[in-house]
Write a protein that binds this ligand. Structure first.
Ligand SMILES: Cc1cc2nc3c(=O)[nH]c(=O)nc-3n(C[C@H](O)[C@H](O)[C@H](O)COP(=O)(O)OP(=O)(O)OC[C@H]3O[C@@H](n4cnc5c(N)ncnc54)[C@H](O)[C@@H]3O)c2cc1C
Length: 402
């Protein structure tokens, strides 16, 4: 069994590390002007995106003209790991770079690529993703925000919710109902909407952690007029595009999740001797047993991730992705809960969250209890745990639909 990368991959890593050392934003620079929402790109983040784009390091797997270097899947894995180890965010606008820009490149017109995707890639604009609504979350096809074509423009009315970064984003990749008279999957379209268009109201939703810097928002559309040319792809083909959009980067999302787990576990192992010292021998035995289980689960998560990745890299499909989503997010939650419980009464002293310029939900931040509160974001977003379990039941285990 070969458990190391090829020399060419190691050469890629060495080139990246050398480039990172010379070009990365400093921790001080990031801490002085933190990103306060996933739609917010401070000056250093805009510069950093542009520097990565120019250097061919923004999306290594893409061609040069899109900020890449035609790197392979394994190189991309190494790239994501090394950025995380260096504690440099790849972007502060995760929806923009991870989903919106690639979707526009896949499905948009040349003008949309020029005016909407390229500005994201060059760090000049940020985007938010308008999918979920009060009546349409897991069941996205039920969305009811209406876009009515009227000559050369759409008129949009409705409401989105949980729109990450909408309070700062320049534009929204908006899913709307354009035909209410066909089965619900068939009447959905995607429209690019400038967030400064009259008739849009953004209402941030304060979160339990960092209520002063909300990232999630309600977005209301009242007779919002959008040029018809902002339709992405074909009319009423939004459902197919949604599946394509969300598939972007799905194969790599686990890397950040696993590294977040490993970092949290390392911190727990560091804190454990101090936290368990005042315990009785019986209490300590129970605490150590829980920690060891978490260490096993963390290792299992990395193995599961590599297994799914190896299948994807060979061109196959990987049900491990649904398993990974549930297992990594719930293990992360267990680490925070076990740590808070071992910490005891002092764990309730909240309010000391530091922002270091990186809003990744994978990254352990704040006290253990704050991390526990925050861990629910990952068990819900990008497909809640129950939905992943349905997928595993049907597509992996072949069980009948409930
Ligand atoms: C941190 C975060 C960021 C987000 N960012 C965005 C964003 O940028 N843009 C955007 O559009 N949305 C965003 N969302 C919304 C997210 O996509 C939805 O929260 C998610 O799809 C779940 O939808 P819901 O909240 O409406 O819950 P619901 O779908 O109403 O589900 C409620 C509960 O019922 C369960 N449930 C639902 N259907 C089933 C079923 N068939 N079988 C079993 N159980 C079921 C769910 O698992 C859940 O526990 C974000 C959410 C979070 C937490």
């Amino acid at each position: 069994m070969k458990l190391r990368f090829d020399a060419s991959v190691e050469a890629f890593r060495a080139e990246l590390l050398e480039w990172l050392a010379a070009n990365r934003p400093t921790p001080e620079e990031m801490a002085a002007d933190p990103s306060v929402s996933t739609g917010h790109a401070p000056a250093w983040a805009r510069r950093w995106t542009r520097t990565m784009f120019d250097g061919g390091w923004l999306v290594p797997g893409w061609p040069r003209e899109l900020g890449g270097r035609n790197a392979g899947a394994i190189e991309t894995l190494v790239y994501i790991e090394e950025l995380a180890k260096a504690r440099v965010p790849r972007t502060t606008n995760v929806q923009g770079l991870g989903i919106v820009a690639p979707s526009i490149i896949d499905y948009g017109s040349e003008a949309q690529i020029r005016d909407y995707a390229m500005p994201i890639l060059r760090g000049e604009a940020t985007a938010c993703l308008g999918m979920s609504e009060p009546g349409a979350g897991s069941d996205l096809a039920s969305l009811s925000t209406r876009a009515v074509l009227d000559g050369d423009h759409f008129v949009i009315n409705g409401q989105k919710v949980w729109t990450s970064g909408a309070n700062y984003a320049d534009f929204c990749f908006l899913f709307c109902r354009t035909d209410p008279d066909v089965p619900k999957h068939k009447g959905i379209s995607i429209v690019l909407v400038d967030m400064k268009t009259p008739g849009i109201t953004v209402r941030p939703l304060p979160e339990i952690i960092r209520p002063e810097h909300p990232d999630l928002n309600e977005v209301f559309f009242s007779d919002v007029v959008v040029p018809a040319e902002n339709l992405v792809g074909e009319m009423n083909n939004g459902w197919a595009m949604a599946n394509g959009s969300l598939a972007h980067e799905r194969g790599m999302v686990w890397v950040g999740a696993v590294m977040g787990l490993e970092e949290a576990l390392e911190k727990l192992l560091h804190d454990a001797p101090r936290l368990t010292a005042p315990m009785t021998p019986d209490e300590r035995a129970v605490a150590i047993d829980q920690i060891v289980r978490l260490a096993i689960d963390t290792t299992a998560a990395r193995c599961l991730g590599y297994r799914g990745f190896a299948k994807l890299a060979r061109g196959g499909s990987a049900p491990e992705q649904a398993l990974m989503k549930v297992f990594a997010s719930e293990t992360r939650q267990r680490i925070a809960l076990v740590a808070a419980e071992i910490q005891g009464a002092t764990s309730v002293e909240v309010g000391s969250v530091g922002i270091d310029g990186h809003l990744s939900v994978d990254e352990p931040q704040g006290t253990w209890l704050e991390q526990y509160f925050h861990s629910f974001a990952n068990t819900i977003s990008a497909g809640a745990s129950e939905i992943q379990r349905n997928i595993i039941a049907e597509r992996v285990l072949g069980l009948p639909r409930g």
